[in-house]
Write a protein that binds this ligand. Sequence first.
Ligand code: NAD
Length: 531
Amino acid sequence: MTVAIHRSWSAGGVRREPMLSVAWAVTRRLPIQSTNARSRGRPRSMFDERFGAVAFPLTPGHILPTRGTARFVPEDRKRTMNHPADLDLFRAALSRLDEAAKHVQVDPETVARLRHPKSIAQATLAVRMDDGSLALLPSYRVRYDDTRGPSKGGIRFHPAVDLAEVQALAFWMTFKCAVVGIPFGGGKGGVVVDPKQLSGTELERLSRAYARAMASVIGPTRDIPAPDVYTNAMVMGWMMDEYSQGHQSREPGVITGKPIALGGSLGRDDATGRGAYYCIKQLEAQLGWQPTKIRVAVQGFGNAGQHVARLLHADGYRVVAISDSKGGVFRATGLDVPALLERKQRSRSLRTGYAGASVCDCPDCGAETCWCGDARPDQVITNTELLESDVDLLIPAALERQITHHNAERIQASTIVEVANGPTTPEADTILNRRGVRVLPDILANAGGVTVSYFEWAQNRGGVRWAESEVHERLQDIMTTAFERVAQFSSERSVPLRTAAYACALEQLDEAMSACGTERDFADAPKADQR
Ligand code: NAD
């Protein structure tokens, strides 16, 4: 099947439908054909080599009726964007706010304001592919709140990105910055694309197109992006360069997570994993863990997951299971984490820096899940099996909604440290709380990344460079202080760590929002004619 997009649809009130069609087609790797005034007679196919053969030919000059595009959108994608049914992830995020508000005295205005994003920018990126075709890719940037400082949050390149997800991620960023007390608000961005299907030049054009499209939204004192899923330091470097060229001045502070040579901070690459590691060290002290006895499973072996696995392994923890998007490996006696890391790094040169190899590829011959006659003791497992494996500590470090009401009863770990954003749904949380599973929430556990992003921004703005040891020391200090505050709130009020983290963050946000006055301050003010 092919999805047809007519260029004129990108204007006016019908904009959503072709965007949906493109998004849907890209997520399913379907070919897309564009028609426009110039090419109407010879519709050009986009992605056809990459995404499969064309099976739905467009007749020359054929333009699909606008409303007809709906039939190309399957039921699950029809709910995309502003349709209430697809706001579930965002609604789930808001439920955390409601729960936290029950435990702290905050102004009702604060809670009301935090129910809505400050601004939403959407753009269709027109990106020229290497074969001459044009890809039209929906993109978003949400600035959720900037009361405590410029909004801050990553940019995700993923086929499943949609507005509800970006809003939820921006909401979480707002609370994350508040809980660790760094002077930023929350934001997030995303592009609906599978970057692993792009060449290096296509990825660069896409990154630069995003920076141009969002140039009026982002800025060193306005909104500062960073890497997230499937974006990396090189992508950040391209975006900073594009923004700087547009503004005719070098602006390293517009984006963080850049290459070191372009103003990146030492210690940013492993900051998310390291921040989680410092939290785990606090748990270790609190619970009297002996690292060698603690069996760990890590879902996701990217920027966040790799480093937390590496640091725990180096510390003596028994990392028994690791997975990535293709599947996972398990070894009861503990995996050789440095060897898995090396294999992933080695395969990075393929295409555009994304690792070509999976943790479950055979280390001996490189074939997918071969294991050379099962000579090795490692066992290939699915991501579902990893989540439910018999471990003490489970670290979801991939995507959201991994622990749901479907599998929460089967989780065997006694502690979950959420390195991914939003890996546990509220329904699953209720089950885990009932079962006594301790959950260290994402807004605290993965705040190391944004904390060192703040250090990078501060270094860029101040024209200074800190040593890696200084970055680590400052990060440990911030993470430990935030952990202790949240843990204390949790034990004093007998609430789960997640509620405690949100409540602590909400107090910070309320203080800032109330500083300029609320209805309580103005309601009693005498009217001008009564003075
Ligand atoms: P990444 O792109 O570097 O890695 C993502 C990893 O997840 C890869 O190993 C990929 O193979 C794996 N993956 C993808 N889909 C999967 C699936 N369905 N099942 C299992 N594994 C899957 O991304 P990242 O930066 O490591 O981000 C991972 C999570 O951490 C995200 O939720 C992100 O929002 C969060 N996070 C990242 C940072 C950061 O600084 N990078 C900071 C805070 C939070």
